[in-house]
Write a protein that binds this ligand. Structure first.
Ligand SMILES: Nc1ncnc2c1ncn2[C@@H]1O[C@H](COP(=O)(O)OP(=O)(O)OP(=O)(O)O)[C@@H](O)[C@H]1O
Ligand SMILES: [Mg+2]
Length: 285
C-alpha cells in the first residue's frame, strides 16, 4: 500500500569514509532531479554534507545544533532550512530547486552533551522534524561515524536505514559494528527498517572484481543475507569529481555510475507519498 507520509532515510556506518555522506548526497540529488522535494539533514559536526552541497552557514542563522538543543518556539525549524544553491557547470546551470538542507558546523559537537542529558536522544530529531516533514517527499539524514548521541538521534529519525560499507576488511568490520547498533535500538524503533547494504568503492580490474572487493562483498552477504545486498558503488574519480564540482555523475556524462543510486530510489518508491512515487521511473538505468 502507498504511504502518505514522508520517508526519512538515514545512511549509517560506524567508521570514517564508508560512503555515508556520498550515498546521502547522491540519493538526494537523484530524487531532486526527478522533481521530488528533498530535505537533507547534516547530523555530522565534520559537516561534509553541508560543504558538499555548497551551503554556507550564515552567522545568526540556526543550524542543526539549535534545532536539536532548543524548542520549536525558540528556534522555528523553518528558520534552519537553507536552500541548496544552483551550480554552474561549464555553460550549464544545474538546478537544485528541490534541494534543502538543515546545515551543521563543528559547533554541532555540543549537541552530544545536551542529548546525553536529555535521556530521550533517540527521538529528539524525529520529533523536531515531524511538523515540517510533509513539505518534503524524502528527508535524508547524514550522521557522524562514531557511536555518539548524534548517531543515535539520527538512527531514531529513520524509517529506512542504508548501510554503506567500504568493499574491504575495514568495511566489513564497520558493517558488523553498525548492525550491532541497529540491533540494540531496533526494539525501541518499530517503524525503522534496514533497507540494505551498499558496498562502497568496489574495485574492478577489467571484468573482474579485485580479490579484496570480492571477498569483502561476499562476507557482507553472509552477514546480512543476500536479500539485503544492494548494488555496489564503483571506485571512481568521477564520483570524487562530481562531489567536488557539486554535481552528479550523470551531469558529468556518466549516468551508468548512478545505477546503484537508481536502485535505492526504486526501493524507496513504494514508501513515498504517491505524487512523488510517480516521478520515479519504473525502469532502472
Ligand atoms: N565512487 C568513489 N570512488 C572513490 N572515492 C569516492 C567515491 N565516492 C566518494 N569517494 C570519496 O570517498 C571519501 C569518503 O566518502 P564519504 O565522505 O561519503 O564517507 P563517510 O562515511 O561520510 O565519511 P565520514 O565518516 O568521514 O563522514 C570522500 O572523500 C569521497 O570523495
Ligand atoms: Mg560523512
Amino acid at each position: 500500500m502507498q504511504q502518505s507520509h514522508t520517508t526519512t532515510v538515514v545512511t549509517l556506518g560506524l567508521a570514517g569514509g564508508q560512503g555515508k555522506s556520498t550515498v546521502a548526497l547522491m540519493l538526494g540529488r537523484y530524487l531532486g532531479r526527478l522533481g521530488i522535494p528533498v530535505l537533507f539533514v547534516d547530523a555530522d559536526p565534520q559537516s561534509s554534507l553541508t560543504s558538499f552541497l555548497g551551503v554556507k552557514v550564515q552567522p545568526n542563522t540556526p543550524t542543526l545544533l539549535e534545532v536539536i538543543t532548543t524548542t520549536e518556539e525558540k528556534t522555528p525549524l523553518i528558520n534552519a532550512i537553507a536552500p541548496v544553491p544552483d551550480v554552474q557547470l561549464d555553460n550549464r546551470t544545474i538546478n537544485n530547486t528541490n534541494l534543502f538542507l538543515i546545515p551543521s558546523d563543528d559547533g554541532l559537537e555540543n549537541a552530544n552533551y545536551k542529548l546525553a542529558s536529555s535521556g530521550i536522544s533517540l527521538f529528539i530529531l524525529r520529533n523536531r522534524l515531524q511538523p515540517i516533514a510533509n513539505n518534503f517527499g524524502v528527508i535524508i539524514v547524514d550522521p557522524p561515524p562514531e557511536r555518539s548521541h548524534l548517531a543515535q538521534t539520527s538512527l531514531g529519525a529513520g524509517d529506512k536505514w542504508i548501510i554503506p560499507a567500504e568493499a574491504n576488511v575495514k568495511g566489513v568490520q564497520s558493517l558488523v559494528r553498525t548492525l550491532e547498533l541497529v540491533k540494540e535500538f531496533q526494539p525501541a524503533l518499530p517503524y525503522g527498517e534496514l533497507m540494505g547494504v551498499v558496498p562502497f568503492r568496489a574495485k574492478w580490474t577489467g571484468v573482474n572484481p579485485t580479490k579484496a572487493t570480492k571477498s569483502s562483498i561476499s562476507a557482507m552477504g553472509e552477514i546480512v543475507g543476500l536479500d539485503l545486498m544492494l548494488p555496489h558503488i564503483l571506485e571512481s574519480d568521477v564520483y570524487k569529481n562530481a562531489i567536488n564540482q557539486r554535481v552528479s555523475p550523470t551531469d558529468l556524462g556518466q549516468p551508468g555510475l548512478e545505477y546503484p543510486i537508481s536502485v535505492l530510489a526504486q526501493k524507496l518508491k513504494p514508501t513515498l507519498p504517491e505524487q512523488y512515487a510517480l516521478l520515479i521511473p519504473t525502469e532502472t538505468v
